[in-house]
Design a binder for this molecule. Sequence first.
Ligand code: PGA
Length: 267
Amino acid sequence: MPARGGGPAAGQDGMTSAGRRPLVAGNWKMNGTRASTAVIEAVRGGLTPDLASRIDVLICPPSTLISTCVQAAEGSPIAIGGQNLHAKPSGAFTGSISAEMLADLGATYVIVGHSERRAYHHETDDGVHAKALGARRAGLCGIICVGETKEEGDQGRALDIVRAQLAIGIPKGATARDTVIAYEPVWAIGTGLTPTPADIAEVHASLREMLDKLVGEEAGRIRIIYGGSVKAGNARQLLGVENVDGALVGGASLVAEDFLGICAAYA
Ligand code: PGA
């Protein structure tokens, strides 16, 4: 299904065509120091009340900045989230951070199973499942990432890969309050390359069908967002694709103006 022309990606009531409230999430990755709270302040200043009434806005800074970013975002529509967590609530896991610790700092979301975690830290689908359970246990909303590599895509296996990642990763009884799915083709992350709107529509439709099978009626309320080289210049087209309920944004979330430009796809 092609993108819906140049019109706004969300309807007058701020909902996508399927009635899900869009989520625009920034993932700062391993970038930022305390001075980066200026980005939060600039996003806060640039979000009009009208836009804030239509969409959910989230920034996931490095864990060192969660506390300061929570403070900078206080009283604003911006939620703050973690980029990773340990599945267990506490224990002898040097260097790790639990969902409870993130929640204690004021985080409300956490990214789970980002492809960089899978590639560089050997995270498995079972590990993603355990972490998603950890997020739910602490009252966080887990953003479960799925996506095929270039090689898997070239072999025509994208749908099989992402469906399996979803089926294993998602906790039983997932709800829209504790779960968001992010489709991020690995080859589109940080490369400036994006799938065609038709390809994104095909994957999102397939994930939505799988979600229906996995969680039943609640599936229709769970958001499936797209990530991979989303920029202000392509956001309107990508976010207008059927079954795309928002964006997970890496590089373009580091500059307030760029991130606001993506949010503006829903203005
Ligand atoms: P990108 O990253 O927007 O820089 O491509 C997306 C992501 O990794 O979530």
